[in-house]
Write a protein that binds this ligand. Structure first.
Ligand SMILES: *Cc1c(COP(=O)(O)O)cnc(C)c1O
Length: 378
């Protein structure tokens, strides 16, 4: 048997006709920049997240970039984020010539540890007026612990930008009225990269916000800071969402909660059948249905390299997210971090591995993977 890490063919089989009709509508309309498909999809995402505004952009990276631009982040400023995420969470800070500050993670969820945040801010009182944003990341599809993060951010009056690229539809407990990922901070950023739970057929992203003024500024910034056309009150860029992507994503959004549910079922099946001392399965910090499992991450106590070789031999797809934490990246050497600065993040980078979790994964395939892992560890 061969099991890929992700199988977009299986998803396409379910929606092929609908998607082709939606694309064809854009083709025939000749509205190739912005237009009604983008506006419609922005409304749908805003509603899905229970917020006022959605601003479609060209990628998840650009969603983060334009959010920082909306807060006027620039040289000399500090932006705090997690040490352990996809590169974009940190790259956007450096691109604006601001200084990224990395913090260690909670090893149970792989997300920014709120206590580290509180401690850093307490110990760096002299720098607080330079801190322009905090970017928690909802890694692998589970929300960071937002209540203490937002409480601390409020105390110091620092805006929070959620990197929800992997977590559209993930929820966070709130007295029986759970909040959606992206709706808790000043701004929330999504990516529609094809491997995300809501993936386009190319690049795409979105910023969501409840703030009317920020929304207006974001809309300008994504289009060279122009409003009206050719009149520039600020310098933005071309960060527009492609209407063909918007059309595809509108179709897929209708299936999203169903797909999440299948991922959650697959996760529970793995957890039930992977009771091995040599590995740990993901922990649900909240209710199991609040985690959307963009990735199913196991942490192996022993040597990960041997397991990788074994999985390759068994033709089981896997991923390593991410092999190098930010503070060890060559491009961030100038920040002066040392090996050992963030032990939890370093441990995760060395010991974790993602297994196939996509909605169309069959029981037979999952059993094959489970049996293989038992064989390897026993
Ligand atoms: C995918 C991802 C991004 C970037 O999204 P793109 O659409 O690929 O630019 C940012 N942050 C995280 C955590 C991601 O997983």
């Amino acid at each position: 048997m061969h099991v890929p890490l992700l199988d977009l063919n299986a998803q396409l089989d379910e929606i092929r006709d609908e998607v082709k009709i939606a694309i064809d509508e854009v083709v025939e309309s000749t509205r190739y920049i912005m237009g009604p498909k983008v506006t419609e999809f922005e409304r749908e995402i805003a509603d899905y997240c229970n917020v006022e505004h959605g601003i479609g952009v060209s990628s998840g990276t650009d969603a983060l970039l334009v959010s920082l631009m909306a807060l006027d982040v620039g040289p000399g400023d500090i932006v705090i984020t997690t040490d352990y995420s996809f590169f974009a969470s940190a790259g956007v800070i450096a691109r604006l010539h601001a200084t990224p500050v990395f913090l260690d993670i909670d090893p149970k969820t792989y997300n920014l540890d709120p206590e580290q945040l509180e401690t850093w801010l307490k110990e760096n009182e002299d720098k607080i007026d330079k801190v322009k944003a905090i970017i928690p990341v909802h890694l692998f599809g589970q929300c960071a612990d937002m209540k203490p993060i937002i409480k601390t951010a409020r105390k110091y009056d620092i805006p929070v930008i959620e990197d929800a690229a992997q977590a559209i539809g993930a929820r966070y407990p709130n007295n029986g009225n759970p909040l959606k990922a992206g709706s808790m901070g000043k701004m929330g950023c999504f990516s529609f990269f094809p491997s995300k739970n809501l993936g386009g057929m190319g690049d795409g992203g979105m910023v969501v916000t409840r703030d009317d003024q920020l929304a207006e500024k974001l809309r300008k910034l994504r289009n060279h800071g122009a409003a009206p056309k050719y009149y520039h009150s600020m310098v933005g860029g071309n960060f527009r969402l492609d209407p063909i992507q918007a059309a595809v994503l509108s179709v897929k959004l209708q299936y999203l909660d169903e797909w999440h549910q299948k991922r959650q079922e697959n996760a529970e099946y793995y957890k039930k059948n992977l009771n091995l001392d040599a590995l740990t399965t993901p922990e649900n910090a909240y209710r199991p249905e609040y985690h959307i499992y963009n990735q199913f991450i196991i942490s192996v106590k022993g040597d990960r390299e041997e397991l990788k070789t074994f999985l390759r031999k068994k033709q089981i797809g896997f991923g390593v997210y991410y092999p190098v934490p930010f503070h060890k990246q060559e491009c961030f050497e100038y920040l002066g971090y040392q090996d050992g600065d963030f032990p939890k993040s370093e441990y995760a980078a060395e010991h974790t591995l993602a297994l196939p979790i996509y909605p169309e994964l069959s029981v037979e395939m999952q059993d094959y993977i489970i049996d293989a892992l038992h064989e390897f560890f026993e």
